[in-house]
Design a protein around this ligand. Structure first.
Ligand SMILES: [Zn+2]
Length: 428
């Protein structure tokens, strides 16, 4: 029997619905307050889920353009907070939020941090590259839970030096981005080699998925619990994992999650590109916002007993590319490379057109200099162990280059996984 909480739209998209009137109220609010949405939402009361399905996705261009102008106008003389961050892209996003919405966001984040067990006995440390001001928001949520000590550690490209204060801060709860932790790891584990020496009992990561093998290694080495926190600048925080570490619990009345081109895994679970509608944020609301993440959602019961549905962040939508009709996932490259160099966690796959005759396309894998001694084995692994890739190399459709770079190449907050520079590629 179909799960009533998974609403299948006529176009095959699936929404995880909560209270029946939450969507109707959100659409009515948008129609009343936004000229942008008023032009798209019909006057007559029709089935809100049908209206939602017919609405176009809110794009980054909408968010940065007409919706921001409307948000500025609506602020009038009211107090507001602004949040400027990467928005998961190379171009920063500015998000405007009236205090009421900001407090609603803070409550959602408090609930997420409470799930992790953050409390009065903790020292909460956030470690990131830039964007210090967004942590003021996280600190407010932590303080509301009674956490007295909150610190921000600004990491720079000189990891050994910039990460070292963490050893003295001795956080019990650490929040960071997986890419940064991968780079900080060798410096931290040298001082904290086991659970007896490491003070961190809970690690919260956000911004991108953490690879299961790295996650397992950190968990086992430090003996800490690891929680995924999912949220974006444009849609706010969605939630964190529970103690089962099996999906982020979220409130479907706070953010409506719609899966485009949904693949049904079972009666309760679908997978596809995640589109997000902020039901309770009215300052700069979005409808079916395309954040660029491939996610899985499920209404199946969780072993923790919490009935809220769960979300798994699988990969960035652009962490895959197509050559000659074959789809390749970054994940497949990672498995092939880690079979040769197990500690390899950061690398970039670049796809571009050849400039001088055949082969048509060129695949460049950018790797850290430390992997250079394994160059031949890496080349063999890439040409032979990814089945469809093997054929492309063999038939001369594709050329392969290995590029070894110093640590300074991998300086960004999130190292790009796939860069598609072809004329019709995602990054051209
Ligand atoms: Zn749970």
């Amino acid at each position: 029997m179909a799960d009533p909480r998974l609403h299948v739209h006529a176009d095959g998209a699936v929404s995880v619905v909560g209270r029946p009137d939450a969507v109707a109220q959100c659409l009515e609010h948008l129609r009343r307050t936004s000229a942008h949405f008023r032009a798209l939402i019909p006057d007559e009361a029709t089935d809100p889920l049908k209206v939602l399905a017919a609405l176009p996705v809110t794009t980054k261009a909408d968010f940065r353009g007409p919706l921001r102008v409307e948000a500025f106008e609506a602020l009038d003389t009211h107090m507001f907070v602004s949040d400027r961050s990467s928005g998961s892209t190379s171009r920063p996003v500015l998000s405007l939020c009236r205090t009421g919405d900001d407090l609603a966001e803070q409550h959602a984040t408090e609930a997420a941090f409470a799930r992790v067990g953050l409390g009065p006995d903790d020292h909460f440390v956030c470690m990131d590259l830039g964007a210090a001001e967004i942590y003021d928001f996280y600190f407010r949520a932590a303080r509301a839970l009674g956490t007295p000590r909150c610190s921000f550690l600004h990491v720079t490209a000189e990891y050994a030096r910039s990460v070292s204060p963490l050893l003295h801060l001795r956080p019990t709860v650490l929040l960071t981005v997986p890419t940064l932790l991968v780079r900080a790891w060798p410096h931290l584990v040298a001082q904290w080699p086991d659970a007896a020496t490491c003070p961190v009992r809970s690690l919260i990561f956000m911004g991108e998925p953490m690879h299961p093998s790295f996650r397992k290694m950190v968990e086992e080495t430090w003996g800490c619990r690891i929680f995924s926190f999912y949220g974006t600048t444009e849609t706010g925080g969605l939630g964190t994992e529970c103690g089962q570490a099996d999906g982020v619990h979220f409130d479907p009345d706070h953010v409506l999650v719609t899966i485009a081109d949904a693949d049904h895994l079972d009666a309760h679970t679908v997978e596809g590109e995640g589109l997000f509608t902020t039901l309770r944020t009215h300052s700069q609301g979005v409808v079916k916002y395309r954040v660029g993440d491939r996610v899985r959602v499920s209404t199946a019961p969780c072993a923790c007993g919490d009935p809220q549905p769960r979300l798994w962040h699988l990969e960035r939508v652009h962490d895959a590319f197509v050559i000659a009709g074959e789809k390749f996932r970054y994940q497949a490259f990672r498995e092939a490379l880690q079979a040769v160099v197990p500690e390899l966690h950061l690398f970039t796959v670049v796809v571009e057109e050849s400039t001088d005759g055949p082969p048509t396309d060129r695949l460049t894998v950018v790797l850290p200099r430390t992997a250079e001694p394994h160059g031949d084995a890496i080349r063999d692994a890439l040409t032979e162990s990814i089945f469809e890739l093997d054929a492309l190399f063999r038939y001369g459709v594709l050329g392969l280059t290995l590029q070894f770079e110093d640590p300074s190449y991998f300086t960004g907050r999130k190292v790009p996984r796939v860069v598609d520079r072809r004329r019709y590629g995602a990054d051209s």
